[in-house]
Design a protein around this ligand. Sequence first.
Ligand SMILES: Nc1ncnc2c1ncn2[C@@H]1O[C@H](COP(=O)(O)OP(=O)(O)OP(=O)(O)O)[C@@H](O)[C@H]1O
Ligand SMILES: [Mg+2]
Length: 323
Amino acid sequence: ELPRTLDSSKEFTSKYKEEELLGEGGYSQVYAGECRSTSTPVAIKHIPKKDVRFARVNCQGNVYHEILEVFLMEQAAGRLCDGSFENPAVIGLVDTFELETEVIIVMERPPDTVDGHDYMFKVKHVPEDQVKIIFKQIINAALLMHKNGVFHRDLKLENLLVDRNKGTPEIRVIDFGCGDFVENEPFREFNGTPDFAPPEVYCKETYRAEATTVWQIGVMLYMICTRDSFETLKYIEQDNKVLGNVSKKCNDFLSRCLAFYPSQRPTLEDLLLHPWLEERANTALSAPVVVPICSSLPDKIGVHRQPGVCMHSAFSKGGIKFF
Ligand SMILES: Nc1ncnc2c1ncn2[C@@H]1O[C@H](COP(=O)(O)OP(=O)(O)OP(=O)(O)O)[C@@H](O)[C@H]1O
Ligand SMILES: [Mg+2]
């Protein structure tokens, strides 16, 4: 084993140049980098081997022994199995390296992108129309992921990238580190960000993929509208959940996503048809959903980043997943 991992380490440094740290989570560090031969920008994620989940997956007769996070990312993008739906909103995989003590995942790094958290809370004023465009993209991307059998389980602003290079912003989904296959539902142990977990994670024995994703979409929008942090346990205790600074339609959208009972939440397909997402936004009359936030705001107003927590014990049961 060792000589091969040493080779991999050399191969990695000969192929990629590493630059500044882009982000750090509970289990990994992500650096900006560049492919030496083509100068293509890449993002390089280092995960300690002990925290990597592997899976043996049978996909149409091909058996993959893969880093689960990588497999889920590729499957979510529709790149693995015939009949999958192409989902370009999922970030592209470039390379993987398995070294002695860590795994390295090399991904696309679209130039001039920021993560959704910085885009919404630091970078600039985001008008309601753009928020709608972004949420339509998020729902579409989530719908295709679910159709491809993948449950991200940690959808939040930090796990989205926003490409500002295009005329309209374009989102990309990253970080499948807490994900699983939809077919493994109902789920029992929660992997993801506890503050954003749906109420059934706290109150019931089990939770399901789509209702959780819809809840997490509601959480993201609620945070953008309130410019505040979010905690499920606080939210469900709150008497008045109607926001005064956003339109009726937006409040309706929020209350449906954040319905206490998962059975009362819309499906992702229903959500795409919600009137709030309609093209003709009455921005002149309704208050903007998002108000400007400058990076000079004091910390207590800023929304704090919530680390994702992966409870790896949840995966020690099987480890083998089949489509
Ligand atoms: N492909 C990419 N391009 C640009 N920036 C990225 C990319 N991937 C990650 N980042 C940045 O790095 C941060 C951390 O990445 P990621 O979410 O994958 O890891 P993590 O949260 O540390 O993972 P985990 O929750 O598994 O510990 C992101 O929030 C984002 O700011
Ligand atoms: Mg993350």
